[in-house]
Design a binder for this molecule. Structure first.
Ligand code: KG4
Ligand code: ZN
Length: 325
């Protein structure tokens, strides 16, 4: 069963053809990240204009690449995302499904983020259900209990900023470019992650929810007070220390809530998805946290390219919904 996926929810225009939910036949992605970087973040209207230009151009190339393959359905990242950008993909996909006379499958791209592991060939054995999903992106931070591909419950989520959003904002405070996550990870290498006194959010709270806005404000307050005191020569080290401390505390907050969710659900598998999951630091921290706390849990993290927004996970996940169409 071959499904075409289309993704335009944020700053990537992406097409993919995926067979039986797991095998990528073709994938093409155009990123607008460089354009948004000049403005320190995604500008929805600018994004939509870019998607309109890119989708036609990329679509032509993509359909040429798959002309020998049959298409059974069109899946599109729908509902969640930047509204003007989402609409570009939705209208393109609707017209395409009509022209090809195949079903149109709207996909919640947040949920589809966990499907990275299924389309990544590195995972020969896919995680068995049930498992805990941790979706960490620029727009969402969610703990999701997956009983099956289509039966899932959001058991925890952020009360304010998403974790990726907090990384982008802290990067901006530190004068680092967008997207902030990879920049913070890079400069942190040289920093001391215990240099800045920051509290782990919601540490004594019983819920499975997250909060990153207070942490971001604490960083801003610290930087505003301490940065002017730094000698020009040492500013680079100051930035590295703040970035490393923020990253450690943000990921410790995630690790603590994951631990709580694993205890509550009794699950022994954790599947990551979303742009922040591409942080090597996050994977390393979760591994050492599990080891230190003697938590028995298998960790599944897809390759970086399947963590961030991409059409392969949209087409892959849609396979599970095909019979409902
Ligand atoms: O899933 P994604 O590509 O788009 C959304 O749906 O939001 O995630 C993008 C987010 C950005 O906020 C970016 O800063 C963050 O993922 N990100 C990271 C890292 N790489 C990307 N955050 C922390 N550490 C990273 N290495
Ligand atoms: Zn996303």
């Amino acid at each position: 069963m071959n499904i075409v996926g289309i993704e335009t929810t944020c700053d990537e225009t992406s097409f993919a053809l995926v067979a039986d939910g797991t095998t990528i036949i073709s994938e093409m992605t155009m990123s607008q990240v460089a354009k948004h970087a000049m403005r320190s973040g995604v500008v929805p209207e600018l994004g939509a204009r870019e998607h309109i230009q890119n989708i036609a151009q990329l679509g032509e190339k993509f359909f040429q690449s798959i002309e020998k393959h049959k298409i059974d359905a069109i899946a599109v990242a729908s509902k969640v995302g930047l509204p003007p950008a989402v609409q570009v993909g939705e209208s393109y996909a609707a017209a395409l499904a009509k022209a090809k006379n195949v079903p149109l499958i709207p996909i919640n791209h947040v949920v589809a983020h966990v499907w990275g592991v299924w389309v990544d060939v590195a995972f020969i054995e896919k995680p068995a259900f049930p498992f805990l999903g941790l979706i960490v992106s620029g727009g969402h931070t969610q703990l999701v209990s997956f009983g099956s591909p289509t039966e899932f419950d959001i058991i925890g989520e952020t009360l304010d900023d998403a974790v990726g959003e907090a990384f982008d904002k802290v990067a901006h405070i530190l004068g680092l470019p967008y997207p902030g996550g990879p920049e913070i990870e890079r400069v942190s290498e040289k920093g001391d992650s215990h240099a800045v006194p920051l509290s782990i959010p919601l540490e004594n709270d019983d819920s499975l929810n997250f909060s990153f806005s207070g942490l971001k404000t604490a960083v801003r307050t610290y930087v505003e007070k301490e940065l002017p005191k730094q000698h020009e020569t040492y500013k680079e080290y100051f930035v590295a220390d703040v970035a490393a401390s923020f990253q450690r505390v943000a990921f410790m907050h995630i690790a603590q809530k994951v631990e709580k969710a694993l205890k509550e659900t009794g699950y022994k598998r954790l599947v990551l998805g979303g742009g922040v999951a591409s942080s090597q630091r996050l994977t390393d921290m979760l591994f050492s946290y599990f080891e230190e706390k003697k938590i028995k849990c298998e960790l599944f993290v897809p390759n970086r390219k399947y963590c961030t927004d991409n059409a392969s996970v949209i087409a892959g996940y849609a396979y599970n919904l095909l019979e409902d169409c």
